[in-house]
Ligand binder design. Structure first.
Ligand SMILES: Cc1ncc(COP(=O)(O)O)c(CN[C@H](C(=O)O)[C@H](C)O)c1O
Length: 343
């Protein structure tokens, strides 16, 4: 039996989601006539405390529509050095939006505010204008690290002072909210626009939400159309998204507990370097350098033991817990990893 810890993108829809898909009321969403999509967008906007929301096909599409809507070609955007928008979106900000990136290395996903402020361009004939500051909460390559509310507030205040828009890649924003014990609105109030994934830990089969001011979302809807993202009877895939938001948030705490259990077990294994106390949500990144094997070699060894994992650099491996991984799977995974890392 394979235990799939590659990502929370592998989650499959629940039986209730599949029933909702079959029963969904639909219409042509390009004309804004799909009642289920409309309900999802209204629900998401309300939960995030934004005026409006747009159903998009993926987190990447949501992030890229945000960059396209916030910027003009030739401008500059600020991002953390290993943010998903910079690291994993195939250069779309250059290819589609024609903007240049200026990255700032963060600590556990958090860029030093002084470095952010210093990176914002002033008026100068030689300079591109700084159009957008992008944040990521939780931060994937920082091990699912949560950006604290106080930190978010400081960055938002300085961006507003310098007339720079702020977009949050909130692919795992609900994980952050559950870890902080707050409502997602308390986080989203510190950004202008936010993307959240319905298809990761929340378990929907497809899609993300982009939320922001009403006028901005209208422009974003136009960009979605330009990118071919105008969907027709999309209520079929919006219906599970509604259940993702209404029924799948609280249980994320289980994924976080499972991640901690994995991390503390790994900390006892030979040749594994990990700080289990740093695990805040559903992502576990550990270093295998001291095993004398590369991350890729260990991923193969894990697969041979029935565990699917992801290389996250030459000697780092990522495990992601999610709704389709239960307590028994965690215990089995720990037993199997002991077979590999205790020799
Ligand atoms: C922070 C963040 N923002 C955006 C996205 C993109 O979402 P999708 O385009 O895959 O729906 C992801 C997906 N992350 C995926 C994963 O973690 O397995 C891969 C790396 O793309 C993400 O982690």
């Amino acid at each position: 039996m394979l235990i799939d810890l590659r990502s929370d993108t592998v989650t499959k829809p629940t039986a209730a989601m599949r029933k909702a898909m079959a029963d969904a009321e639909v219409g042509d969403d390009v004309y804004k006539e799909d009642p289920t999509v409309n309900r999802l967008e209204e629900l998401a906007a309300d939960m995030l405390g934004k005026e409006a929301a747009l159903f998009v096909t993926s987190g990447t599409q949501g992030n890229q529509i945000a960059v396209l809507t916030h910027t003009a070609p030739g401008q500059e955007i600020l991002l953390e050095a290993e943010s998903h928008i910079f690291y994993y979106e195939a250069g779309a900000v250059a290819a589609l939006a024609g903007v240049q990136t200026r990255t700032i290395p963060g600590i556990r996903g958090a860029m030093e505010p002084k470095l952010v402020e210093a990176a914002i361009r002033g008026e100068d004939i030689h300079f591109p204008a700084t159009a957008l500051l992008c944040l990521e909460n939780t931060h994937n390559r920082a091990g699912g690290a949560v950006l604290p509310l106080s930190y978010m507030a400081v960055l938002y205040d300085l961006a507003k002072r310098r007339h720079v828009a702020v977009h949050m890649d909130g692919a795992r924003l609900f994980n952050a909210a559950v870890a902080l014990g707050v409502d997602v609105r308390a986080i989203a109030e510190h950004v202008d626009t936010v993307q959240i994934c319905l298809s990761k830990g929340l378990g929907a089969p497809v899609g993300s939400i982009l939320a922001g001011p009403k006028v901005w979302i209208a422009k974003a809807r136009k960009w979605r159309k330009r990118l071919g993202g105008g969907m027709r009877q999309a209520g079929v895939i919006a219906a599970p998204g509604i259940l993702a938001l209404t029924e799948m948030v609280e249980r994320l705490a289980e994924d976080h507990a499972h991640a901690k259990q994995l991390a503390y077990a790994l900390a006892e294994m030979k040749g594994i370097t990990i700080r289990p106390e740093h695990i805040e949500t559903n992502i576990v990144i550990f270093d295998v350098a001291k095993t004398g094997r590369s991350a890729d070699e260990c991923v193969v060894a894990l697969k041979n033991e029935g565990i699917l994992a992801t290389s996250f650099g030459p000697t780092c491996i990522r495990l992601v817990t999610h709704k389709d991984i239960g307590q028994q799977d965690i215990e089995t995974a720990i037993h199997r990893m002991n077979n590999i890392f205790s020799q």
